[in-house]
Ligand binder design. Structure first.
Ligand code: MG
Length: 387
């Protein structure tokens, strides 16, 4: 008998069809394999560090802003609702969502871009690939294997983009990028839930920070529609409640659209199994064309008014400088890193030469929280700082 929940659609990922774990283990007694993946992710060190990693605002800028941890929880929550509505494997989509940002550097995208520049001649740095590296190699929690030894399906979902060069190195997991095939619907869902979550919470955080204004946001259709409804129905509502009510309705609107448009796409394509889903060249989960366009409009607005706001840019250039200088000085002298990282650098250099050494430095920096990176920078560059 399948341990999967009843109501699982035939195109969902069924546990009986798993491609398994890299190191064979006895099946869990009271959980499904995907619930076990989820639980391992929640217990990991990298997961706890997400609380001190940035989305848009650097961690010390305020206590109310989203961090990667709250972001990951919001993504998982959205994905779980949609998974249930579509008959998908809920624990699998939850596990993917909770793990999707584990490889993120400190300082959000600024940190990732900076580390990628630093690693250019050593194979680059992709945060998706780093998330996979965290769950496959870097977590040290189990006596029998490195990493968390997650199922293929969770790992497949974590690796949402990948360059062709990296895909070739990754074997089974990289094949779909080379053959232009799709991952499971649960993995497709994690991607879309990610976009719903960050567009809405960045909007909310941007308003709270005073970088976005209601007047400007009302030029954006998806916001304006919900705003006008709420303002008409609740005249005189306080600003905070108004914003939260609008954001709540936007998320609801997007989730409903995703469920409806995907239900229609699934009915039209009628995949008989997850193998049919994987064989396709295009994803099956989707928003309607109208909502897709509306989300793009919102994204552009956030880009112009929030991500490129001078106050955000000041912080991101500072972050970039911190990552660049940490990388340069540590690559030059790996003995400045804490012992276990130093040892990893020497071991990886022995195996793989200078790219191995650089990868160990990138692992160390990528694992830092925002505040740890700032502190480490002070310890290395400020002569008055204690080391
Ligand atoms: Mg994300």
């Amino acid at each position: 008998m399948s341990p999967d929940a009843p109501g699982l659609a035939r195109y969902a990922q069924h546990e009986a069809d798993t491609r398994g774990r890299r190191y064979a283990e006895p099946p869990p007694r009271h959980r499904t394999e995907y619930q076990r993946d989820r639980d391992r992710i929640v217990h990991s060190t990298a997961f706890r560090r997400l609380v001190y990693k940035t989305q848009v605002f650097v961690n010390h800028e305020g206590d109310l802003y989203r961090t990667r941890l709250t972001h990951s929880l919001e993504v998982a929550q959205i994905a779980r609702s949609v998974a249930r509505a579509l008959g998908l494997n809920e624990p699998l989509s939850e596990a993917i969502c909770l793990a999707h940002d584990l490889g993120h550097t400190p300082f959000g995208h600024a940190g990732q871009d900076a580390l990628n520049e630093c690693m250019r001649e050593f194979g680059g740095f992709e945060h998706n690939l780093q998330s996979l590296r965290v769950v496959d190699e870097l977590e040290e929690r189990y006596a029998d294997f490195p990493g968390l030894n997650l199922t293929f399906e969770t790992r497949e979902g974590v690796l949402k983009h990948c360059s062709a060069a990296n895909a070739r190195r990754l074997g089974e997991l990289g094949e779909r990028f080379l053959e232009r095939r799709q991952p499971s619907l649960e993995a497709q869902l994690a991607n879309l839930a990610d976009a719903i979550a960050y567009n809405n919470h960045d909007l909310d955080d941007g308003l709270r920070a005073g970088l976005l204004t209601l007047d400007e946001l009302r030029e954006v259709a998806i916001f304006r529609r919900q705003y006008d409804l709420v303002a008409a129905r609740y005249p005189g509502l306080g600003l905070r409640r108004l914003v939260h009510e609008v954001v709540r309705r936007m998320i609801d609107y997007l989730v409903n659209d995703l469920v409806d448009a995907s239900t229609a796409a699934l009915a039209a394509a009628a995949p008989a199994s997850v193998a049919d889903v994987r064989a396709r060249s295009q994803p099956l989960l989707t928003f309607s064309a109208q909502v897709e366009a509306e989300q793009l409009e919102l994204k552009k607005h956030l880009h112009r008014h929030l991500y490129r706001h001078y106050r955000v840019l000041r912080m991101t250039t500072k972050a970039r400088r911190v990552v660049h200088s940490l990388f340069t000085v540590l690559l030059d002298d790996v003995e400045l890193m804490p012992t276990e990282h130093q040892e990893a650098a020497l071991r990886m250099e022995a195996d793989d030469g200078r790219p191995g050494r650089a990868r160990a430095v990138a692992d160390y920096i990528a694992g830092m929280t925002d505040r740890y990176a700032i502190l480490e920078h002070q310890r290395l560059f400020d002569p008055s700082e204690r080391t």
